[in-house]
Ligand binder design. Structure first.
Ligand code: ZN
Length: 428
């Protein structure tokens, strides 16, 4: 019988957790403070510890650090009354398995405890078992036989081998925020969740809410802003199942997807049972076609995106064609390209409550004469960034796609319109 230790100074919390968890067939032991918890852990070696973050004597965070030295360490779930993503990211960095907010729902509590128990079983079987059949490091997409034209290729499902975290700021809200990526079982898809996991928002066209300067999703009161750069990276790495914990907005980081690549490289990719069928485009579909604005997709053997942009001096004309060959080509050619903006638009954006996180280090800022705040990483960095955005928006179809996309002077709304049109034409 698995043992769960509840560490909380509030008797009602301990009593209610004991009731719920005992009913699930778990052995529940209690401690009222950090010191007592350490004694109990040494004596009883519980598999899972539910740990209150705020306690009078030893702070939950301090105890969490100490516990990482235990052998084998228990899986620690932090409990907080007023959690935020920053605290959750800090706790995860210190080794917490997950984080749950008071008041918690029964479902959320049981879900997190069960996942922690599974993780404990895997970790105690040794490091090889801890990651399952994971391929640590880079996903080997190029080694996979390229699909034949015609029938849709079936790719195996993928998640990440272990959880990873990153801290940053939201571009539009400007608030300090963070991100926790956690493995998810086959068939779950990409899901965004707040730290308390009450509402999840699937990364899917059905939940697209707004597409002004960035793509936002919304479901049952929960909003997830600026999903495109992370989704582009998941698309490139062909991650099909993932739990993304955040608070309102995905951090903008340096305005590109390079840090998301580094994050996935450090997490490692885990192949899973089950397959996803790629979407094969079998006819040309075009959106826009006014004032040089257009986006179209046509049948092709692989997945490629070309983008043409034309702005007055100092940007001029830029064109880039990207042929997706796997994570590596994305990481080298597309991921480093940063968000860009014009000084004249920043005023309008801030009056709309956007771009308040657009500090000088997370976008390329252009005035009438020049790029004012940075050196370009590629001469055609803006065109490449537009490809990054399309790569992200197209993953809202929920499956990898095969076809050739050509776009000119379009933005998120056109991308989404094209994806909706593709979906409307889908046979399977
Ligand atoms: Zn972008």
């Amino acid at each position: 019988m698995a043992t769960v230790l509840v560490v909380d100074d509030e008797p009602q919390i301990r009593t209610s957790l004991r009731g719920i968890l005992s009913e699930e067939g778990l052995r529940v032991i209690e401690a009222t403070n950090g010191r007592e918890a350490l004694d109990v852990i040494r004596r009883e070696s519980p598999e899972v510890v539910l740990l209150d973050i705020w306690m009078p004597d030893v702070d939950g965070m301090e105890l969490l650090e100490v516990l990482q030295g235990a052998m084998p360490p228990p899986q620690v779930i932090m409990i907080s009354g007023h959690g935020n993503i920053e605290t959750a990211v800090r706790a995860t960095k210190l080794g917490a398995f997950d984080f749950i907010e008071k008041p918690f729902s029964l479902d959320a509590l049981l879900d997190v405890v069960n996942r922690a128990l599974e993780q404990h079983t895997r970790s105690s079987l040794g490091p090889a078992a801890a990651t399952g059949d994971a391929n640590e490091g880079l996903p080997d997409i190029t080694a996979t036989a390229l699909p034949q034209a015609g029938a849709g290729h079936r790719w195996s499902e993928r998640t990440i081998a272990h959880s990873v975290v990153v801290s940053g700021h939201g571009l539009h809200t400007g608030i300090k925020t963070g991100l926790i990526l956690q493995p998810a079982p086959p068939g779950s898809g990409i899901q965004f969740a707040t730290i308390s996991s009450e509402v999840t928002v699937p990364a899917h066209l059905d939940w697209v809410d707004s597409t002004g300067y960035a793509t936002a999703l919304h479901r049952q009161g929960a909003t997830v802003r600026t999903v495109e750069h992370l989704l582009a990276t998941l698309h490139a790495y062909r991650i099909t199942n993932l739990l993304v914990k955040m608070q309102g907005e995905i951090p903008i980081l340096d305005g590109s997807a390079s840090e998301f690549c580094a994050l996935l490289d450090s997490a490692g990719v885990a192949e899973q049972n089950g397959t996803v069928k790629e979407i094969v485009v079998d006819q040309a579909i075009e959106i826009g076609k006014k004032d040089g604005e257009s986006i179209r997709i046509e049948p092709a053997d692989g997945f490629s995106i070309s983008y043409l942009l034309r702005y007055p001096h100092p940007v001029g004309e830029q064109q880039y064609r990207y042929i997706h060959r796997g994570a590596e080509s994305f990481r080298n050619e597309i991921a480093p390209a940063r968000t860009f903006g014009f000084v004249r638009d920043v005023k309008q954006m801030s009056s709309m409550g956007l771009a308040s996180g657009g500090r000088l280090d997370n976008l390329i800022l252009i005035d009438d004469e020049k790029v004012v705040n940075t050196t370009l990483r590629f001469p055609d960095e803006m065109a490449r960034h537009k490809i990054l955005d399309i790569m992200g928006d197209s993953y809202l179809l929920g499956r990898p796609i095969r076809g050739k996309i050509s776009a000119s002077m379009t933005g998120h709304s056109d991308n989404i319109a094209l994806m909706r049109a593709i979906r409307a034409h889908l046979v399977d």
